[in-house]
Design a binder for this molecule. Structure first.
Ligand code: NAD
Ligand code: FE2
Length: 381
C-alpha cells in the first residue's frame, strides 16, 4: 500500500502574510538570519503579528548551511522564551534551523505543543512543506538530512513580496534547486502518480518563469510562479525523495560551502548522463535504462524533443547547460576560481563515501558505486 498526505496548510497569493494575524498562537519566536532581521521584509512579517496582538521575540542567529552549534544556541533561546509557535522567516537555512530547534528543544523539555509556520524568502528548498532538515557538522565537514514527519511545518505562507529582493545569483541558484528537486522526484524509485504530478507542474513553471525571474526580480508574476514551483517541488520530493544529485551536492556544500542550489545545478548534467547512461547508447538502440523514459517526458514538458529518446535526454542536458550559462552559474568547479585543484581532488574520496551514505542517494534510479561517484566528482572539476 502507498499513501499520500500533506500535513502543511499552504497560504499563498496576495496578502498571504495577513494569515499571521489569525494564527492560533499567542507567543511567537521568530527565527531568521541577520540580513533578513535588518531588512524591510521583517516589517512585513511583524505588522500582521502586531495587528493580531501576538507577543514575539526575534532570534536572528541563523547562518547558511546551519551548523549544529548554532542550532543548540537556538534550542537554548527557545527553552528560555517558551513560545507556543516558531515562525521561520528566510531561506532553507532559516526554515531548517527552525525545524531542528523545535525538534531538539522539545526532546529536552516537552513543555507543550509548539506550532511551526514557515515563511520562505527564497524560492528554492520547498522546506516549508517538507519533513527534511539539513544540518551541517563543521568538524566532520558533512551535511546530514534529518527526516521526520514531526519536522514538517504546520503552516506555510507563500508571499512573493518577500522574494523580490533576492539578488539574481541567489534566484539562479535557488531556482535550479527547485528544478533539481522536481527532476529527482520524477526519476526517484519512490515516485508515484501524486508526486510526479506535482513535480511535472514544477518543471513546467521553471521552464517558463525561472529565467524571467532571474532577468527581472520585480516581475511579480514570475516571482509568484517560482514561489509556487518551489513549494510544489517540495511536496513532490517529500513523497518521492531525491537522488544522487542531492547526495553529492550536500558534500560540496559541507566541504567547500558552494551554495546548495549552485552545487545541484553544476552536478545536474553529469547526473542526468549517469542515470540515463546516454554516453554508452548508440543512437539506434531501443532498450534504455528506466530513467531515460522519465527524463524524456521531462524534456517534452520543457518543449524539447528529438528523433529518439536518447537524443531527447541529450537535449535536456543541453537545456540545463544553457540555463547555467544564461544565469552565470559555472559549469565546473575549476571555472569557479575559488577552489584549488589540489584541495578539490584531496577531498573527493571522503566526499564520495559521504555521498553514498547520504539518505538522498538511496532513491536514485541507478545504484552508483564509489568509483562512479568519484568519476562524477572528477568530471565536475
Ligand atoms: N529542508 C529541505 O527540504 C531542504 C531542501 C533543499 C535544501 N535545503 C537546505 O537549505 C539551505 C539552502 O537554503 P536556500 O537556498 O534557501 O538559501 P539560504 O537560506 O542559505 O539563503 C541564502 C542567502 O540568501 C539570502 N536571502 C534569503 N532571502 C532573501 C531575500 N528575500 N532577499 C535577499 N537575500 C535573501 C540569505 O540571507 C542568505 O545569505 C541549505 O542548507 C540546504 O541544504 C533544505
Ligand atoms: Fe535542494
Amino acid at each position: 500500500m502507498k499513501s499520500f498526505q500533506i500535513k502543511t496548510r499552504v497560504n499563498f497569493g496576495d496578502q498571504a502574510l495577513d494569515r499571521l494575524a489569525e494564527v492560533p498562537y499567542k507567543r511567537i519566536l521568530i527565527v531568521t538570519d541577520p540580513f533578513i532581521a535588518e531588512s524591510k521584509m521583517m516589517e512585513l512579517v511583524l505588522d500582521p503579528l502586531r495587528r493580531g496582538n501576538k507577543e514575539f521575540e526575534i532570534f536572528s542567529d541563523v547562518v547558511p548551511d546551519p551548523p549544529i552549534g548554532k542550532i543548540s544556541v537556538g534550542v537554548k533561546k527557545m527553552l528560555e522564551y517558551r513560545p507556543d509557535a516558531i515562525v521561520a522567516v528566510g531561506g532553507g537555512s532559516a526554515i531548517d534551523s527552525s525545524k531542528s530547534i523545535r525538534e531538539f528543544a522539545l526532546r529536552v523539555d516537552h513543555y507543550g505543543e509548539v506550532g511551526l509556520i514557515a515563511i520562505p524568502t527564497t524560492s528554492g528548498t520547498g522546506s516549508e512543506v517538507t519533513s527534511f532538515a539539513v544540518v551541517t557538522d563543521p568538524a566532520e565537514q558533512r551535511k546530514y538530512p534529518l527526516v521526520s514527519w514531526d519536522l514538517t511545518p504546520d503552516e506555510a505562507i507563500l508571499d512573493a513580496e518577500l522574494v523580490k529582493s533576492v539578488p539574481p545569483s541567489v534566484t539562479a541558484d535557488t531556482g535550479m534547486d527547485v528544478f533539481t528537486h522536481a527532476l529527482e522526484a520524477c526519476v526517484s524509485i519512490n515516485r508515484n502518480d501524486f508526486s510526479t504530478a506535482l513535480a511535472e507542474k514544477a518543471i513546467e513553471i521553471c521552464g517558463v518563469f525561472l529565467l524571467r525571474a532571474y532577468l527581472d526580480g520585480n516581475d511579480t508574476h514570475a516571482r509568484q510562479k517560482m514561489h509556487s514551483a518551489s513549494c510544489l517541488a517540495g511536496l513532490a520530493f517529500n513523497v518521492a525523495s531525491l537522488g544522487l544529485n542531492h547526495g553529492m551536492a550536500h558534500q560540496l556544500g559541507a566541504t567547500f560551502h558552494i551554495p546548495h542550489g549552485r552545487a545541484n545545478a553544476m552536478l545536474l548534467p553529469h547526473i542526468i548522463e549517469f542515470n540515463s547512461d546516454i554516453n554508452k547508447h548508440s543512437k539506434s538502440r531501443t532498450e534504455y535504462l528506466p530513467a531515460v523514459k522519465r527524463y524524456s517526458t521531462v524534456a517534452q514538458i520543457l518543449g524539447l524533443s528529438s528523433y529518439n529518446k536518447i537524443m531527447t535526454v541529450r537535449s535536456l542536458v543541453n537545456w540545463v547547460q544553457f540555463m547555467l550559462k544564461e544565469m552565470d552559474i559555472p559549469l565546473s568547479i575549476s571555472q569557479m576560481g575559488t577552489i584549488t585543484e589540489k584541495e578539490y581532488f584531496d577531498a573527493i574520496d571522503k566526499m564520495a563515501e559521504a555521498a553514498l551514505e547520504d539518505s538522498c542517494t538511496a532513491t536514485n534510479p541507478r545504484v552508483p558505486t564509489k568509483e562512479d561517484v568519484i568519476k562524477i566528482y572528477k568530471d565536475l572539476w
